[in-house]
Design a protein around this ligand. Structure first.
Ligand code: ADP
Ligand code: TRP
Length: 323
């Protein structure tokens, strides 16, 4: 039986954080051992946010290094950049002609922007259709993403169904993969960790920065001896991810009283540091190789293009633009 296929991507909009890693990137690495994997940098999605050329170029370069540093093997995994394949934006256009405005208005990202009275650009409004194109061109079985991206994968499924109904069976419906325990990793303020909330613990930060971020986790003001409900504590929420060996003991000490937030944060910082150090060191080695990013993307492009262009021929025949 042939291997199942995975596809996912991250947009280069800032430093990746441990929420991105646990919620999405780690799944890319784990599943790439058993799946034929396509993992890309969503630079055209980032263009909705970043309008400085040097910054976008740097952030894109960084995501490729991040992918390699977390252990994606470019010999096995197709690592590519969205903008290298204009087929993605071309298919997005085709989907635009099938999708209605009220449907796109249901997107959480759009509704949030509206609720905040933000001016929303057309690219942001259309974001889910570009994402549907990213996904459906590669016929993946599974799309690993964090909880906030689940709706977008559902939009891709709906779009596939709509196309199939209109033009005949063309697209496979992908499954979203979001392990429950890591669906929403909280940030230092207890909200979802997000680049846009300034509440992150960056994945490749140096020890000092990690320690500082851990110390900034928001807690109540209970004293050391007071019993504490671990489920109410933002520090404990992160221990669940980084302190598997200490968790039983920590929970007991929380409930009994006898552990202060300072000590709990120190333990957490130590554990996060041990967790991220190997990846951070690997990233430094990779950074020294000035050609590695271009080489990786060139190789990924070839393989991605072979798959995407074959699919696009089929699509073009179906819609009647090949005459
Ligand atoms: P951010 O919200 O920080 O801008 P992105 O939108 O770049 O993050 O997300 C990249 C991937 O990481 C997506 O699959 C997203 O669902 C996942 N992700 C982001 N934040 C979290 C989090 N706090 N918990 C779990 N997964 C997350
Ligand atoms: N929207 C995703 C994010 O913000 C990035 C992304 C773009 C993506 N296209 C995709 C993820 C296709 C999975 C599949 O993180």
């Amino acid at each position: 039986m042939s291997k199942k296929r995975l596809l996912s991507g991250v947009k280069p909009t800032g430093r990746p954080h441990v929420g991105n890693y646990l919620g999405a990137m780690r799944q890319f690495v784990e599943l790439s051992k058993t799946h034929e994997s396509f993992v890309f940098v969503a630079d055209y999605h980032a263009l909705n946010i970043i309008h400085d050329a040097a910054e976008l170029a740097q952030l894109t370069n960084d995501v490729v290094l991040d992918y390699l540093a977390i252990g994606l093997d470019p010999e096995e995994v197709v690592l590519f950049k969205q903008s290298d394949l204009p087929i993605h934006t071309e298919l997005c256009w085709i989907f635009n002609t099938l999708t209605t405005m009220p449907y796109l208005m249901r997107a959480h990202a759009y509704k949030d922007a509206e609720a905040k009275n933000k001016e929303i650009n057309v690219g942001t409004f259309d974001y889910p259709m570009l994402m549907a194109a990213d996904i459906l061109l590669y016929s993946p079985d599974v799309v690993p993403v964090g909880a906030d991206q689940k709706q977008h994968v559902e939009f891709a499924r709906d779009t596939a169904e709509k196309f199939n109904r209109t033009y005949g069976d063309t697209f496979k419906l992908p499954e979203v993969f979001t392990p429950k325990e890591v669906a929403i990793v909280p940030g230092v303020d207890g909200q979802k960790m997000s680049k846009s909330y300034g509440n992150t613990i960056p994945l490749f930060a140096e020890d000092d920065e990690i320690r500082k971020r851990a110390m900034s986790i928001v807690t109540d003001s209970k004293g050391v001896e007071e019993p504490k409900d671990p489920e109410e504590c933002n520090v404990f929420a992160l221990h669940k991810h980084f302190s598997p060996n200490d968790i039983v003991n920590l929970e007991k000490r929380y409930r009994d009283g006898g552990i202060g937030y300072k000590e709990s944060k120190d333990i957490l910082a130590d554990n996060i540091i041990s967790f991220v150090t190997p990846m951070r060191e690997k990233r430094k080695e990779l950074e020294a190789d000035k050609e590695i990013v271009q080489k990786t993307l060139a190789k990924g492009y070839e393989k991605a293009h072979a798959v995407a262009s074959e699919k696009m021929q089929e699509i073009k025949k179906k819609i009647g633009v090949i005459i």
